[in-house]
Design a protein around this ligand. Sequence first.
Ligand code: GLU
Length: 325
Amino acid sequence: METANERRVRGRFAPSPSGRMHLGNIYTAVMSWLSVKSRGGEWVLRIEDLDPQRSKREYALMIEDDLHWLGLDWDEGGLEGKGASGPYSQSLRGDIYEEYMRRLEAGGLLYPCRCRRSDIMATQAPHRSDGRVVYAGTCRPRHLGGVAPDDASAEGASMRMFVPDREIGFNDRVYGPVSFNLAEECGDFIIRRADGAWAYQLAVVVDDALMGITEVMRGNDLLLSAAQQIYLFGQLGFEAPEYAHLPLICNSDGQRLSKRDSSMSMEQLRRRHTPEQLLGEIAFMAGILSEPAPVKPADLIPVFHLPLRKCVEDDWIFVAKNVPL
Ligand code: GLU
């Protein structure tokens, strides 16, 4: 059998088309592209449009246009869906997610849950300081150690996945050894919502597995998700990819960049920079270049290395301090 080291390197960029990209999104895209290309690999563009209310095709088109503008070309995927592992838009992959949900169900790991958000909040004692909700297992059936009947109907309910009370560890390429106990950090998590929408965790794992992804690079807000995903990979009989989580970029107020930081949106950044200038600023910010000189993507491939520990110490990259964007 192939091991992770022997598999062809394949990375992906998986934006949610819910708005124009900002500096943080494009920073992730650049790092992921470089990481893959510096290892001779392929880069897949997957459109994570699971949320029908927030996802818009026009945003997906803008994401593609921004990537092209910067010179980050993908080998597979995108709206056009070139490649053998398509479709590459999650909204078109519902039948595939259904099949894998059935496999988890057959393994006895899923159960229907009728708790509303307000019920879940009411069982939180005390609330976690970061606002994260830990599901208390109210609907967990007896065969999984709970008190709910084993034969509850799934109609109109969400489906949750049982998580074990043990540490799940992995070696992050940026953060080093990391481990989480899912029972303490999030509790049994949603696989399909009550309204029928597929949960991010299932969709990402199924897609990363079926698309042959060997490395996932993304923001450190998804570190805990990596443990959830590794657990899911194992339960579905897939090998998990390598993970590299990047420090998040924040604005001059010290807050994580969001769609509200319009000066850091690609629309504004494109007005103020050429593609080469912006790429130089990003590479400087990441510690790949010692000064923010204009460059083309291919110029960075030989000098790419993962962001220095210095950036990681605070979990943030302060744009205002480091880069005159
Ligand atoms: N779709 C997520 C986002 O746009 C990224 C998820 C991932 O990379 O796993 O933030």
